[in-house]
Design a protein around this ligand. Structure first.
Ligand code: ATP
Ligand code: MG
Length: 560
């Protein structure tokens, strides 16, 4: 997918070294392992581009593995959305697998560890187990059940598996070292008893593996060579390696490597917190265009290619940093500038009447058509005919009865250009009973046809317009940041305290040129002078503002 040479970062470098040493016979196989307990978000995007991107860079393959080891929180609804989101991003998993596919093999390996004396059944409850783990300065306390015989452990494990014991009454633990300096190594739990229905395995299993017990072993079953994950798993790596070193693998053990999480300003990337936003009605759903979910970003009009390009630019590092959301928006804008067709739309319409506009033989206002380029950045997008007549909609804030200093748009006595059409000069206003301006009267200069100056005289502003008789109404959603602070929760510890109560403004009664009606579901169009807007895929006539036109990121880079 990328044409530039693969980047040099610590992961690419380590894989090159493995290839030179022949560790995996030159094979590169990765996996993206989401837990199907929510929708994918912009943080997952980072992991996806790393997992799939590295496989691509080395001519290897990447699997999608649904990490479904917790029957309480997982659902097929999420599985389907994950599969769909990855396809939308433009990646094709070599295979789609479930951690639960391996429950049988994994259990056989648990019996193997028991037989080796490396795992035991502990009858202590969860509270006791955590209370006896110790902490950084205190070693843990051995369980009174730690010295059970292999025979007894095997018998108890089999009875756990057969469903003989109630939830929470026993666990299987690895027998490592209760005084280990790494807390993860203090006899970690491998299986819990949980009599629950699982979306994939039904009622077949009354015991469920923990993340640590399932993950590396699933990697090994699949033939993964490089298991890439985020930095919080670094402390789990010794355990990952310990399990694999003690199991009868028939090829080289996969290698875990960690990279930094992606966090963005004004954004939270935690499924749990995103779920709260949905449940509390702060947003309309997981695909609300303000949500940092892939569904939300897609509905908002973010192109998949721009999301990928942003992640490539961020690169693979080992330092957790919060990236400016303006930088991501800059990628979105760059992509849309090249691809989005231009249309004229008036968000807050004010009537402009040309008092010297001609009428035809029947006394109807003349209708003219102007040929306007669909995208000046891309000649292949061609042109369209835009109707023009004597009654127009202009943007309310493009007129000021009493212009403030440095205001160069329309005001009484001032001449401006209506883009691609004519020069017009405002003459007077018509007001409602309450004094609000209902209509602006103006004259046009027939010699300025096409918006060209007839005699070299200059105007200081060019404005967009829509012919009132040909306009199509639409509703527009404008968005502000969902969180008003750059690092949500930094001051109170609770990100949801920083939710911006005015993150959406719905404008009804907007007016667009007729051609906008041709925008297909999800298509992003540039509304001239206003920004990029995505046609909602479900509600015709509703547009979401993707991003504005001003590149705040580029401006900030120039100021540096
Ligand atoms: P959450 O905390 O939102 O529930 P998670 O890490 O529990 O996320 P998983 O479904 O377990 O979600 O994650 C699948 C993969 O995505 C993991 O390898 C995880 O490291 C990665 N991932 C999750 N969040 C981020 C992030 N912000 N940046 C980079 N990778 C991430
Ligand atoms: Mg997780």
């Amino acid at each position: 997918m990328t044409s530039s040479p693969p980047p040099t970062d610590f992961i690419h470098d380590a894989i090159r070294r493995d290839n030179e040493a022949g560790t995996y016979a030159g094979r590169v196989q990765t996996r993206f392992p989401p837990e199907p307990n929510g929708y994918l978000h912009i943080g997952h995007l980072k992991a996806i581009t790393v997992d799939f991107g590295i496989a691509e860079d080395f001519g290897g393959s990447c699997m999608l593995r649904l990490d479904d080891t917790n029957p309480d929180t997982e659902d097929v609804e999420y599985v389907d959305s994950i599969v769909d989101d990855i396809a939308w991003l433009g990646y094709t998993p070599a295979e789609v697998r479930y951690a639960s596919d391996y429950f049988g093999q994994l259990y056989a390996w648990a019996e193997y560890l028991v037989e080796q004396g490396l795992a035991y059944v502990d009858d202590q409850d969860g509270e006791t187990i955590s209370a006896t783990r110790g902490d950084f300065s205190t070693p843990g306390v051995n369980s009174p059940f730690r010295q059970r015989s292999v025979e007894e452990n095997l018998d108890l494990l089999r009875r756990m598996r057969a469903g003989e014991f109630p939830d929470g009454t026993r666990v299987l633990r690895a027998r490592i070292d209760m005084a280990h300096e790494n807390m993860q190594m203090r006899d970690p739990v491998m299986y819990r008893i949980r009599h629950a229905h699982h979306h994939n395995t039904g009622d077949a299993w009354p015991i469920y593996p923990t993340y640590d017990w399932a993950h590396g072993q699933s990697d090994a079953f699949e033939g993964v060579t490089h298991s890439l994950c985020t930095l919080e798993f670094e402390s789990h790596r010794p355990l990952y390696d310990w399990f694999l070193a003690n199991l009868p693998l028939d090829s080289a053990a996969p290698r875990q490597m960690e990279f930094a999480r992606l966090e963005l300003t004004h954004t939270v990337t935690s499924k749990r917190r995103l779920r709260t936003l949905v449940e509390q009605g702060v947003v309309d759903g997981w695909d609300d265009p303000r949500m940092p979910t892939l569904r939300g970003l897609r509905r908002r009009g973010y192109p998949a290619s721009a999301l990928r390009a942003f992640c490539t630019a961020v690169g693979i590092t080992r330092t957790n940093t919060r990236k400016a959301i303006e930088e991501l928006e800059s990628y979105v804008r760059r992509e849309l500038n090249a691809t989005a067709q231009r249309r004229m739309t008036v968000l807050r319409p004010l009537k402009l009447v040309l008092t010297n506009w001609p009428t035809d033989a029947d006394g109807n206002p003349v209708v003219e058509h102007f040929e306007i380029a669909n995208n000046p950045e891309n000649a292949e997008d061609g042109t369209r005919q835009v109707a023009f007549s004597g009654e127009l909609w202009i943007e309310a804030d493009d007129f000021a009865e009493v212009p403030p200093p440095k205001y160069f748009r329309l005001s009484p006595g001032r001449e401006v250009r209506l883009r691609g059409a004519y020069f017009v000069t405002a003459t007077d206003v018509v007001k409602d009973a309450d004094g609000t301006i209902a209509q602006v009267n103006a004259t046009y200069d027939p010699a300025s046809r096409g918006g060209n100056s007839p005699d070299g005289r200059k105007v200081k502003s060019t404005m967009h317009w829509v012919s009132a008789a040909h306009a199509a109404p639409l509703t527009v959603a404008l968005y502000d940041r969902l969180f008003s602070t750059a690092a949500p929760g930094a001051s109170t510890g609770e990100p949801l305290d920083d939710v911006n109560p005015r993150s959406r403004e719905l404008l009804t009664g907007c007016q667009a040129e007729a051609a906008l009606a041709e925008a297909g579901p999800g298509q992003v169009v540039q509304f001239e002078r206003l920004g990029y807007f995505a046609a909602d895929a479900r509600s015709p006539g509703l547009f979401h503002r993707t991003v504005g036109l001003r590149d705040e990121w580029a401006a900030a880079q120039r100021r540096r």
